[in-house]
Structures are given as structure tokens and as C-alpha cells.
Design a protein around this ligand. Structure first.
Ligand SMILES: Cc1cc2nc3c(=O)[nH]c(=O)nc-3n(C[C@H](O)[C@H](O)[C@H](O)COP(=O)(O)OP(=O)(O)OC[C@H]3O[C@@H](n4cnc5c(N)ncnc54)[C@H](O)[C@@H]3O)c2cc1C
Length: 373
């Protein structure tokens, strides 16, 4: 048997990396087991939009808390993390969606999240490449954009500087509160084990309610200044909300390189990572409905990734009821980049018996999950 660690983490995506950094910063000995490149799973496939979302009170509490943590650290990130405070524009197509803009503004204002309503002319001035005659938008100026794999690498690097160890190229075969059994048969003993393997989590902790939800993205050549904010149709909320149908929504992000990242699609039951030409076409058509000028741009790559979805759309953060030394940090669906920092805080708070900044109960793996649609 090898050295025993305070915390052994399976998975070196952004969630595992953030947990490693937080636990190491608290003086705990940490090991991370990652078979592939750090941040090479959903973290590399995701969009890196740091966004406050208000699907439920628990979701807004977690995203707002985590966005505050990102904002507080903005100055410390190296250039390759590409943190840009671009802001989000939630685009309203018609009067009905403008009512939603007003509702959303009031919700955000009530918790101190800056948000302002733009009318049609202000929207056209802010983003001239949107189609004319949209109804307006909600501008959330402090939302940001990052490059997730480099953010994960940075967090893990910080953990290593504080004595954490990475077992790169090794894979967990079995997890329990006592440690991680590796595929080569060796055992890594630990006081606490964290399953941070994203969409792979159910293969190591059978029975947890996490399903793969596939998404497509496209990246273009460089067109600096073409888009200034992360642009999301208000219909995105319906798309992210639906737990049944395949869906697409207009979601465009300006990268620091001048490239545009175009999303997004959501599919359950699609187990393989290959591009689905039908979904890709639907997604790009939707994007062009909002931004016709996209049709003239050159796309250079498209890819897919898997979100880890739970029935109530909240992540699983904390001990398993059947094994209190086995923690889960998964189920972040389309918000795991945003909520990685808060997840790490809540994991460390629980295992160190610290008072968390927000109540942990809505995210505990032992909660009763009501599927809502
Ligand atoms: C198309 C798309 C767009 C998205 N856009 C956004 C966005 O704009 N904003 C946002 O906040 N979120 C977004 N997300 C969600 C975000 O990408 C994920 O929630 C986040 O990356 C999850 O991080 P993770 O560390 O939990 O998982 P992952 O990054 O998948 O990491 C899990 C790690 O576990 C490792 N692993 C697997 N099996 C084992 C094993 N047996 N032993 C050890 N390690 C193992 C994997 O190699 C992997 O590195 C998006 C996701 C997708 C797919």
C-alpha cells in the first residue's frame, strides 16, 4: 500500500483541479488521478462562459457565488486563461421575451447582480451583427469568458505548488471512502475520496443519477470585433430546461483570439462523440436566424462534449449517504466551468467542517431529487 493522503481526487477536469487547489490551500495532502490530459474531458469541450443563471433559487445561489469567486481572482490568472469580462446579452426576439427580460432583471437586482435592460436601438448599437428588429436584451456586464482547459491547468498547478501530487496517465478502477483502486491493481489510501469524473462518475459510483448530455460546438476563424458580448437567446433557458427533447439555441461567444465559438445543442441518449450532422445543421441555422452575417464566416473546427446532467439540474456536491468518506463533485451539466470554484469551496467546507458561504443542502448527494421540466 502506498502513501496515504488526506484527499484523493479521481478526475483532473476543472472540478477536480479546483477541489485539489482548494484542499491543498487548506493544508491537506492531496492526490489527483487523471488518465488523460488535465482538463481534457468536458472541460476542453465546453464554452467557458462564466454566467449567473436563474433556473432555480439554488442554481442562482451557486452560480452567483462562484462568479463572485472568479471575479475576485480575475487579476491573478495568467494570459492563457483568457479571462475577459465580456458580459452576457440575453437576447429577446419579441414582446413576450422582453417581459422575461424584465423578470430576469428584477431577480438579478434582488441579489445584487448588475443587469440592465437594452431596447432595440441600444441592442443594435451594442451588437451590429445581430439581425435587425430584435426586441431588446438584458445585459449582465460582469459575466465573463475563460479558456477552460488552461484554467484547469492553472488551478492544478497551484495545487502542485502546495504539495499536491498528480498520478497522470493512471485511471481509477474503483472508489470507496478508504481510497482509490487503480486499474493496475494498486491502491491509493486516503481519508476522503472525491469522485470528480464528470460524465464518467456513474461508472465509478454506480446508482448516482447522472446522465450524459451531448453538446456540439463550432469555432470560426479570427474575426476581431465581430461580436463583443456572449450572446444567448432567451429561448436558451427553455432549451437547457427541457429534460426530454433534443434542442438547439443561439449562443455565440467572442474569444480573445478574435474567433467566435458558436453553440449550442443538447441531446440525451447520444452515447458516442461523433458529430451529428443534423444537430450541427440545426444549431448553425438557429445561430444564423439571429446573426445572418455568420453565414459568410469560415468555421475551422467542430466538436462535441458530454455534460453530466442530474434530474433536478443541480450538481452533486458532498458525501454519499452510503459512504460518508466518499464525496461526489459532479453533475454540473452546462455550468461546471462557472461553478467549479464554488464546488471546490463547498467540498472543502464540508470536509473541514467550515461554515459555507451558501447553504449546501440543495447540492447534497443524499437530497431527494424531483425531476422538473
Ligand atoms: C458543449 C458544451 C458547452 C459547455 N459550455 C459551458 C459554459 O459555457 N459554461 C460552463 O460553466 N460550463 C459549460 N459546460 C459544462 C462544463 O464544460 C462542464 O460542466 C465541466 O467541464 C465539468 O468539469 P468536470 O471536471 O466535472 O468534468 P470533466 O472535464 O469531464 O473531467 C472529468 C475528468 O475525469 C477523468 N476520468 C474519467 N474516468 C476516470 C477514471 N476512471 N479515473 C480517473 N479519472 C477519470 C476524465 O479523463 C476527465 O478529465 C459546457 C459543456 C459542454 C459539453
Amino acid at each position: 500500500m502506498g502513501k496515504s493522503y488526506d484527499v484523493a481526487i479521481a478526475g483532473g477536469g476543472i472540478v477536480g483541479a479546483a477541489c485539489a487547489e482548494e484542499c491543498a490551500a487548506a493544508g491537506l495532502s492531496v492526490v489527483v488521478v487523471e488518465p488523460g490530459p488535465v482538463g481534457g474531458g468536458a472541460t476542453a469541450a465546453g464554452m467557458g462562459h462564466i454566467v449567473v443563471m436563474d433556473d432555480s433559487p439554488a442554481q442562482i445561489a451557486l452560480t452567483n457565488y462562484s462568479r463572485t469567486l472568479w471575479m475576485a481572482r480575475a487579476h491573478e490568472f495568467p494570459a492563457d486563461v483568457e479571462y475577459v469580462s465580456a458580459g452576457t446579452l440575453w437576447v429577446a426576439a419579441d414582446a413576450e421575451e422582453m417581459a422575461e427580460v424584465e423578470r430576469k432583471r428584477a431577480v438579478y437586482e434582488a441579489i445584487g447582480v448588475r443587469a440592465e435592460v437594452l431596447g432595440p436601438r441600444e441592442l443594435a448599437e451594442a451588437e451590429p451583427n445581430l439581425r435587425p428588429s430584435l426586441a431588446g436584451a438584458l445585459r449582465v456586464p460582469d459575466d465573463a469568458v475563460v479558456y477552460p482547459p488552461c484554467a484547469a491547468r492553472y488551478m492544478l498547478q497551484r495545487a502542485l505548488e502546495r504539495g499536491a501530487v498528480v498520478r497522470a496517465g493512471e485511471s481509477a478502477a474503483q472508489l470507496s471512502g478508504a481510497g482509490i483502486k487503480l486499474r493496475d491493481g494498486s491502491f491509493v489510501p486516503a481519508g476522503i475520496v472525491v469522485n470528480a469524473t464528470g460524465a464518467w462518475a456513474p461508472s465509478l459510483t454506480p446508482g448516482i443519477e447522472v446522465r450524459k448530455r451531448k453538446g456540439h460546438l463550432v469555432i470560426t476563424d479570427r474575426y476581431p470585433g465581430f461580436v463583443h458580448h456572449q450572446l444567448v437567446e432567451l429561448g436558451y433557458l427553455k432549451s437547457a430546461h427541457s429534460m426530454t427533447a433534443d434542442s438547439v439555441a443561439f449562443n455565440v461567444q467572442p474569444r480573445k483570439t478574435g474567433q467566435l465559438l458558436i453553440g449550442s445543442s443538447r441531446q440525451f441518449g447520444a452515447e458516442h462523440g461523433e458529430i451529428d450532422a443534423n444537430m450541427l445543421t440545426r444549431m448553425l441555422r438557429r445561430a444564423q436566424e439571429y446573426m445572418p452575417a455568420l453565414a459568410a464566416l469560415t468555421a475551422i473546427r467542430s466538436w462535441t462534449g458530454f455534460r453530466a446532467a442530474t434530474p433536478d439540474k443541480l450538481p452533486l456536491i458532498g458525501p454519499c449517504p452510503q459512504d460518508p468518506r466518499l464525496y461526489l463533485a459532479t453533475g454540473h451539466e452546462g455550468l461546471g466551468i462557472t461553478t467549479s470554484l464554488a464546488t471546490a469551496k463547498l467540498v472543502a467546507d464540508q470536509l473541514l467542517h467550515r461554515t459555507p458561504a451558501i447553504p449546501v443542502e440543495p447540492y447534497l448527494p443524499g437530497r431527494k431529487q424531483a425531476e422538473h421540466d
